[in-house]
Design a protein around this ligand. Structure first.
Ligand code: ADP
Ligand code: MG
Length: 384
C-alpha cells in the first residue's frame, strides 16, 4: 500500500503507559549429557521454586576463587527451568505472550545465550520429536490466525539469517553476503529472502535446512560453528476493515535468536573486555556485552553500530519491543566457570528496560470507488 496516499486517522498506542518494560530473563538448565556422566561430572546447579538458581559445587580451586571474586552463588530470575522442563513449557512461559502481541502489531524478540553445548539450539530449534521455540511459535501463530481468520487477512513471512565473522548470510537461500541498510522500519538486510509461509508443516523442514546452512568450523565439518549467530524473523501483516469501513493495517515482527557460544566472549569486566577486543574473538558478542553494559548504566550513546549483530538487534534491545532472554546452562561442575559467567550476564540483563512497546498500526479511509487507489486496493486484496 506504499504507493497510496495514506490518510492516517488514528495511531493507537497500546504500550505500557509512560515508561518501557523490563527485559524478562529466564534460565534453562539442561540435563546432564551421556559423555558428562561417563567422565564422572557432578551437578553443580540447583533450581528451587522455579525461580532461584544456586551454584552448589565447584570443580577446581580456580572456580572457588572465582566464586569469591564475583560473589555470584545465588541468582533469581523471572523463571528458572530445571532439567525436566519440556519444550512446550519453555515456549508457553517465555514466548507465547510475544506471539499474541505480534498479532496485535507489536515487535518482540527472544534470544538464547550461553556457552557452546549449553542447549541454545535445542531450545530454539529443537529436534523433529521435540521442536523448540521457533517451531512452536510458528505453530501457535498459525493456530491463533485460524481462530481470528473471520476478522481479517493475515500474511506471514519468514526470514532466517546468520551473522558469522561480521558477515550476514541468508540461511534460506545461501549465497553472497548481505548488506545491512537503514530504512524507515529500522535496519534491514538488503535482498534477504522473505518466505511466505502458509502452514506449520513446511516450517520445521525449512528451518532444519536453514540450520544446516549455518557456517561450520573447518575442523569440525558436521558441527555448527560456535561463533555463528542465527536469527529467525517472523513478520506478521494484518489487513482488515473496521466497523466504520476504514482500512486497518498492522505489522508485527518477532525475532528469535540463537546466539553464538558465549564462552570467553562475554567478559565480566572492562579490562578483560578490552584484551579480548584486541584478540578479535567475536566482535558481535563483545559488542552485545558493551551494549548491555551501556543500557544498564543508562548511557545516552549505545554502541549498536559496533557490530552486525547489535545493528540487527537494535530495535530489540533499545527500541519499542517485548524482549525475552533465555540463558542456557549445563549442570556439569566442569562447566562451572561458563555457567557462572552466563548467570552473571543474565542477572545484569534483568536491569535493561526497553521503550514502551507500541503497535505498528495505521487506519486509513477507504478510497472512493473508481479511483486509482481503490483499484490498487482491490488488486492487493485479490493477491492476499
Ligand atoms: P548449543 O546450541 O548451546 O551449543 P545444543 O542445543 O546443541 O547446545 O545442546 C548440546 C547437546 O545437549 C545436544 O546434543 C542437545 O540435543 C542436548 N540438549 C540440550 N538441551 C537439552 C534438553 N533440555 N533436553 C535434552 N537434551 C538437551
Ligand atoms: Mg548451537
Amino acid at each position: 500500500l506504499q504507493e497510496m496516499d495514506r490518510v492516517c486517522l488514528e495511531s493507537k498506542q497500546n504500550g505500557e503507559s509512560g515508561g518501557g518494560s523490563r527485559i524478562l530473563v529466564f534460565v534453562r538448565l539442561r540435563p546432564m549429557g551421556k559423555k558428562e556422566r561417563e567422565i564422572g561430572a557432578r551437578c553443580c546447579v540447583r533450581i528451587v521454586n522455579r525461580r532461584d538458581v544456586y551454584l552448589t559445587e565447584f570443580a577446581t580451586e580456580n572456580d572457588y576463587l572465582r566464586l569469591k571474586r564475583l560473589r555470584g552463588r545465588h541468582f533469581t530470575f523471572d523463571a528458572s527451568f530445571p532439567e525436566s522442563t519440556t519444550q512446550l513449557e519453555v515456549y508457553s512461559t517465555t514466548t507465547a505472550e510475544l506471539v499474541e502481541a505480534v498479532l496485535e502489531g507489536r515487535n518482540g524478540s527472544v534470544f538464547c545465550y550461553g556457552a557452546t553445548g549449553a542447549g541454545k539450539t535445542y531450545t530454539m530449534l529443537g529436534t523433529v520429536e521435540n521442536p523448540g521455540v521457533m517451531v512452536l511459535a510458528i505453530k501457535d501463530l498459525f493456530n491463533k490466525i485460524r481462530q481470528r481468520s473471520c476478522d481479517g487477512n493475515h500474511v506471514v513471512h519468514l526470514s532466517y539469517l546468520e551473522v558469522y565473522n561480521e558477515t550476514v548470510r541468508d540461511l534460506l537461500s545461501p549465497g553472497r553476503p548481505l548488506v545491512l541498510r537503514e530504512d524507515k522500519q529500522g535496519i534491514v538486510a538488503a535482498g534477504l529472502t522473505q518466505y511466505r509461509a502458509y502452514s506449520t508443516d513446511e516450517v520445521m523442514a525449512l528451518l532444519q535446512q536453514g540450520n544446516q546452512n549455518r557456517t561450520t568450523e573447518p575442523t569440525r565439518a558436521n558441527e555448527t560453528s560456535s561463533r555463528s549467530h542465527a536469527i529467525l524473523q517472523v513478520m506478521v501483516e494484518y489487513h482488515a476493515k473496521d466497523a466504520s469501513n476504514n482500512i486497518v493495517n498492522r505489522v508485527g515482527k518477532l525475532s528469535l535468536i540463537d546466539l553464538a557460544g558465549s564462552e570467553r566472549a562475554l567478559a565480566t569486566d572492562q579490562r578483560t573486555l578490552r584484551s579480548l577486543e584486541g584478540a578479535n574473538i567475536n566482535k558481535s558478542l563483545l559488542a552485545l556485552s558493551s551494549c548491555i553494559n551501556a543500557l544498564v548504566e543508562g548511557k545516552k550513546h549505545i554502541p549498536f553500530r559496533n557490530s552486525k549483530l547489535t545493528q540487527l538487534l537494535k530495535d530489540s534491545l533499545g527500541g519499542a519491543c517485548n524482549t525475552v532472554m533465555i540463558a542456557n546452562i549445563s549442570p556439569s561442575n566442569h562447566s562451572f566457570g561458563e555457567t557462572q559467567n552466563t548467570l552473571h550476564w543474565a542477572d545484569r540483563a534483568k536491569e535493561i528496560r526497553t521503550k514502551a512497546c507500541e503497535a505498528n498500526e495505521e487506519i486509513m479511509q477507504v478510497p472512493e470507488s473508481g479511483t486509482d487507489q481503490a483499484k490498487l486496493l482491490l488488486e492487493l486484496q485479490k493477491e492476499n
